[in-house]
Design a protein. Sequence first.
Length: 156
Amino acid sequence: MRRREFVILLGGAAATWPLIAHSQQATKMPQIGLLSPSHGDKSDASLATLNAFTSALSELGHTEGQNIAFDRKFADGDANKLTRLAQELVERRVDAIVAFSTPAARAAKQATSAIPIVAIGMADPVEDELVSSLARPGGNVTGTSFLGPELVSKRL
């Protein structure tokens, strides 16, 4: 083999090597941290909200263990545990945190400003200083609110 042919062959191999290496890398399964002040057992009514959330994701094609993972953290009714549990989720480097209540959202926001937080069932996110405003929340917190004063007039 002549030198020129060898260089051309080597150049082609060098160009395809990154593609082959990339295809062999394992894709990271997204990990969602679920943070709840509840007990997490069948006696807890808030577990229905959690089950509805994971069921809706499943309907959208996100099946636990196949293409998404959940890291569930329950405070067992002790709001003081939420801060530690939120910090554990941050240390595990979850891709997002779903907080079930205002206290859980507050604990998650105190633990991180980089990981997206989706709060379900916040009371008044502006008053609770979770977001700047409903129109432009800013930061890393978003979600649903049921009692926000700004929303009352819009509902009427």
